[in-house]
Design a protein around this ligand. Structure first.
Ligand SMILES: [Zn+2]
Length: 53
C-alpha cells in the first residue's frame, strides 16, 4: 500500500481510494478534492516537486 501527499493542503492520501490525479511535467499529483485541483492547476509551479537538476 502506498500513499501520496496532496501538495496543496498537505493531506496524506490513500491511493486505494479514488482521488483526483493531475499530470504535470510528467509527474502525477494526487489531490483530495476539486478545490485543491483548481488551486494546483492555477499555480502548478508552486506545488509541483522541484526537479533536482
Ligand atoms: Zn487537498
Amino acid at each position: 500500500m502506498s500513499h501520496h501527499i496532496d501538495p496543496v493542503c498537505g493531506k496524506r492520501l490513500n491511493t486505494n481510494k479514488a482521488h483526483i490525479v493531475v499530470s504535470y511535467e510528467g509527474e502525477n499529483y494526487y489531490l483530495c478534492c476539486p478545490m485543491c485541483q483548481k488551486e494546483f492547476e492555477r499555480n502548478p509551479q508552486k506545488y509541483a516537486k522541484r526537479k533536482s537538476r
